[in-house]
Every structure is written in C-alpha cells, then in structure tokens.
Write a protein that binds this ligand. Sequence first.
Ligand code: WT7
Length: 574
Amino acid sequence: MSQIQNEVIATVAERSNLGDYDQACAQFSWEEVKKHFTWNETGKVNMAYEAIDRHVEEGRGAKTALLYSDAHRDEEYSFLDLSEGSNRFGNVLRKYGISKGDRVFIFMPRSPELYLSLLGILKVGGIAGPLFEAFMETAVKDRLEDSGAVALVTTPELLPRIKRDELPLLKHIFVVGGGAQQEEGLVDYDAEIAAASDSLEPEWLTPEDGMLIHYTSGSTGRPKGVYHVHNAMLQHYYTGKVVLDLREDDVYWCTADPGWVTGTSYGIFAPWLNGVTNVIRGGRFSPQDWYQTIVKNKVTVWYSAPTAFRMLMGAGEDVIEQYDLSTLRHVLSVGEPLNPEVVRWGTKAYKQRIHDTWWMTETGGQLICNYPGMNIKPGSMGKPVPGIEAAIINDQGDVLPPYSMGNLAIKTPWPSMMRKIWNNDAKYEEYFRIPGWYISGDSAYMDEEGYFWFQGRIDDVINSSGERIGPFEVESKLLEHEAVAEAGVIGKPDLVRGEIIKAFVALREGYEPSQELKDDIYRFVKEGLSAHAAPREIEFKEKLPKTRSGKIMRRVLKAWELDLPTGDLSTIED
Ligand code: WT7
C-alpha cells in the first residue's frame, strides 16, 4: 500500500493514563468503569450530579471548573458556583412546570449561561437540545418542531429567528440578558435566576433515561434527532481519562461549540466528570486569539479539529513564536480526516503529536483513537478504545481481512451509543441493519497492526470544516427560492475546509443565469438556513441528472465536478 503506512511518529517517553494498549484492552470491562459512579450502588443517576455536584460533596467545590472568556467577559466559576447556578435554573424550570422527559432547547452563543442552563435542564430530568447559534429560521423551526420542545433558552438577538406562531408546543422562552420581558410566553431569565433558590434535589433517573438530543444530517430527509441517555457518562468518563489523558491538575480546552456533539461530550461531560478545569472561549476563530487563550489559561490538553489546525498552519510559525505554548502536554483532533501533513507540521511547530480521534454524533463518544504513548501513523485514525470492537465489514456482514475497504462498523452496544432517532424508528434501524453491528456510513480499511484508515463517506453527507451537512436540507431550501426549479448539492474537495458546498441549479422559466442571481441564492440559503450550509459555489445547468423516479443523482454531479466517469447511468431519466 502507500508509503504513509510505513511512516510512524514514534512514542516519545510519555506516561499516560492508558498504559500499555494491548494490556488495557485485555483487562478492560465496563463493569469496572461503572464502579467509579455511586449510582452503581444507590441507583440514583444524573449526569449533572456526577459532573458537578459530586465534586462539591467530595470536598472539591472550591476547585476552578470553568474559565470563561470572550471579547467582553472574563469569568471564573468553581464547581460550587456551577452547582448552585445550575440549581437556580433547575428551580426556575420546575416553577414553569418543566420536568422529566421534557425537551428544552438552548439556542445561544457560548456563554456561562449556556452551560448553566444545560446542566439545569439535566438536573430536573429534562432532555437538552443545544442548537448552534448560526442556525436561521427554518433550521431552528425544523428542530424545535420535530423534538416537540416545550421550552427554549435564547438571547434577544436570536429571538427573531424563532417562528413562535408555528410552534404551538413551545410554551416558555427564557431570554438571557434581555431585561424585563413584556410578551406572553417570554420569561426574563436573569430576573428568575436572581429570585431562585440555589439548592435543589436533582431528579433521580435511570441510566437509560433521556439526556440530550443532537440534530445531525444524513443524505436524505430532514435532520435526525440523535437521542442520548445518561448512561453515556461511562464512555465520557473513561475516554476522558485514557484518550484525553486528563489528570487532576490539567487545564483542558475543547474548541467545539455545544451545538455539536464534541462540544457536549468533550466540552462539558468528559472534563467535568473527571473533575478537571475546563476552558471555554466564546467568539470566532482567530489564530492570535486562540494562541492567546492557551497562554493566558496555561492550557495543558487541547482538543480541536483539522480545519482549525489547517488554518493555524496557514497562519504560519512566525505567529507561534510570539506565544509560549510550552504548557501543552497533549493535543487531539476530531471531525474530519486529519492530513498526515498537518500531523507532521504539529510535531514541528508545537512539538506535539496531534492525536486523531474518530467518532460521530450517533456514537456519543470516541471510538477509534490515537493514544498518548502509542506510535502514531500520520493519516490513521488509530485503534479502537478498549472495550470497543471495530471491524471492516461488507454489505452482507462478513468481517473483511486487513487492507480491504468496506463499511466501518462497531460491535453493539457500547455505553454512549444513541438509543433512538427521535420520531424516526426506521432511520434508527438503518444503522443496525446488519445484526450485531452499527454501520457508521464511513468507509475505511484496517492495516495488519490494527490501525484504521478513513477512506470517505459511503453516502452523500458533506463534511465542511468538520460540520456535517445534509445535501437534502440545503436542496430543500434552494427550492424555496423563486428562481430555482431543481437543485442538487455535493461536497467539493477543498484544501482548507475539507469540502465546500457546491450547488447545481436549474432555473425556472423566465430566469437567466447571472452573478447577481448566484449571490442572491447564496444569501437566501445563508439567511434562511445557516451560513455553514450555504453553497459557496453555484453552477447553473439547463437540467439536472435524475433517476426515473425523479431523484437527483448527486453521484453524477460529483463525477461532473471531479471529471470522473459517471458510472452506471441505466436508471437515469433520459
Ligand atoms: C463524521 C461524523 C464526533 C465528532 C464530530 C463529528 C467524520 C469524524 C473523523 C476522523 C475522518 C472523521 C466521519 C464521521 N469524521 N472524525 N478522525 N477522521 N473523518 O461528528 O458531525 O457526527 O460527523 O465525521 O465521516 O462519520 P459528526
């Protein structure tokens, strides 16, 4: 095979929480991990209790839990502060009749209130639904409607994007930082918090009770509500220990927003279950700002994404020289393929090996990873987490030998596996169509040493800057534009973003192609759906290739784009 596989960035003498990989795998049992949690004996389960209150009860209340900063705020919260703050919001939720199983969404930029709200929702047994702040009207409405959300936490700036008249189930909107609210259904979050008690008995749950819904995209249909339960804490705690390698005195920074699963599993749960100081930086990406965040907080463990590393690489090593990044001990990446070149650059520029990790919204936690103390093969996602069995299988379910390409599959179950797709059993079952296996939708191969190598998506899902975009959602929005008759959307390879969104559009009668029209269509999607889902490239076509049943053939669009053979066209319309 290719040369890459012979290249290894060898282990520097590192002490890790994992120890010897093969030995860890051989000795592993989830029952042992469970023993860390008191619910193992008491039966009283609640993620927010384990992540926050428990540290207070065990005498670690004064320890710094959150170091928050953005352009306007610079704040520090202890575990006790987070415990009391989330109790306050829990009490507010109870006052408004919100209880176990209710879906409560959060739609706001990163801020301490976002984290306190999320923990408060979990404390009363609610199911939290974090939404990325860039979502526009349609995207927000689809998600609130599908989940049947009864309440929402948001800010005055984002409030106009909520189509309240079309969401009859949405009873209460808690507005953060908005002063007194006059309208029916709007609640002044700050006033309520100030008046609420800071003590609360959490709702005691079972490990299988609902905790979170993250919406994510597939290649067909509306976004899918991936439903996670409290039991996921086993995976978050364990991988926090052995993959993030978190230790008592670490200062950990995960750059992801809680609107995406990395921002909850590894931006909230893994660090706090391990009792570690967590850095949250609000605002947008800039190399200077990011390096400054590491320096100012003396970050030791840093979890980010390939697009960010590529942008930092583009900013150059001169920038790095202005910052003291020597506190860094462990650096990790997730979300899209991590180029070997970036791993090599990181080794030189940061004197850190960048550890790639593979997992998905649906898996709830890390599954295939590079570990501290293990040889890294640049370009490989690494090896399965102890306790996880991964394999390459064909469509019939046969396990394939090393170097065969096929479906990347995981033996079911594992603690953080999604438990359903909200309102859509058929979609859920598609992932488990081969008995005993979860089919990821990624294709990969394994080498003879058990390292996994990502090859691509099997479906049409687009990964742009690590954000997963379903072509169907974009196509649906495009079709709402008055000039658009047909639309097909694909991912076009891009050196920095991995892929960008490209739309092929056939116009309605009476419309002529023009740059103005392209700009208008781009703006239409950006303002209706979200900036990251808007097509950076639009190409007008007379007609789009369709199957006889009228389905746009994205595979043909992709072949056009990449100058590849179009393959079997026997099902094409004419
Ligand atoms: C898809 C899942 C869960 C973290 C954020 C992404 C791609 C993820 C890697 C990696 C190559 C990766 C896969 C996967 N992906 N990590 N290390 N190397 N590709 O979660 O939005 O659910 O996307 O992201 O294609 O299926 P997501």
